[in-house]
Design a protein around this ligand. Structure first.
Ligand SMILES: [Zn+2]
Length: 200
């Protein structure tokens, strides 16, 4: 069974938010258009405690830090219960079956949607074996979610026009796409999905 996985499409990751991804808001229409072509739709939220170690200015015990990147490199974002942590205003929530919160452990960035939540369980309980991935940001949470989905044994297809990257270094998103391909992810577009798949 197929599922659509919407990664961290939250207010703080879109223009005007605390950690904006350029064009991050532009993925809304593509996601809303394809969501009803999937029998199961999951949205993940970056859901950090206020003292999360990825935030600039938060003190972190280096012995306990397990993040992929050094601590403190991001402005505070997606703090649990704040408007910035809510799913993006443009997302049609009525099409989302389950919301999974992740990245609650203060001692790791929790880039992957499989990190610190019960996403793998949610998908496997529903009999999902293939996930279509959209969301933010290409070079961090989307990439690490795709890599973990492959490790968990899912077939993965990325919806190329429904992701946007941060590109701290120019080319980061392109390199992330290459890494996802090498891990066995396929790529498609929302237009292709609308042509191939029927609603319901
Ligand atoms: Zn985060």
């Amino acid at each position: 069974m197929d599922a659509l996985l919407i990664v961290d499409f939250q207010n703080d990751f879109t223009p005007g938010g605390a950690l904006p991804v350029q064009g991050g808001d532009e993925i809304g229409p593509s996601i809303n258009a394809i969501a009803d072509r999937f029998p199961f739709v999951v949205a993940t939220r970056d859901w950090h405690p206020p003292d999360h170690g990825s935030f600039a200015g938060v003190e972190v015990d280096p012995e306990r830090w397990e993040g992929l990147d050094p601590p403190g490199i991001w402005p505070p974002h997606c703090v649990q219960g704040t408007p910035g942590a809510e799913l993006h205003d443009s997302l049609d929530r009525s099409q989302v079956d389950v919301v999974v919160d992740k990245a609650q452990d203060p001692n790791t960035q929790g880039y992957s949607s499989f990190h610190g939540g019960n996403l793998a369980e949610v998908l496997k309980d529903r009999g999902v074996d293939r996930v279509f991935v959209a969301g933010l940001a290409t070079d961090y949470c989307v990439k690490n979610t795709v890599l973990d989905a492959r490790r968990e044994g899912f077939d993965v297809t990325v919806v190329a026009d429904a992701i946007r990257g941060i590109d701290v270094e120019p080319g980061d998103s392109e390199r992330a796409i290459e890494v996802m391909r090498e891990a066995g992810a396929d790529f498609t577009t929302s237009d292709e999905l609308l042509t191939e798949r029927t609603p319901g």
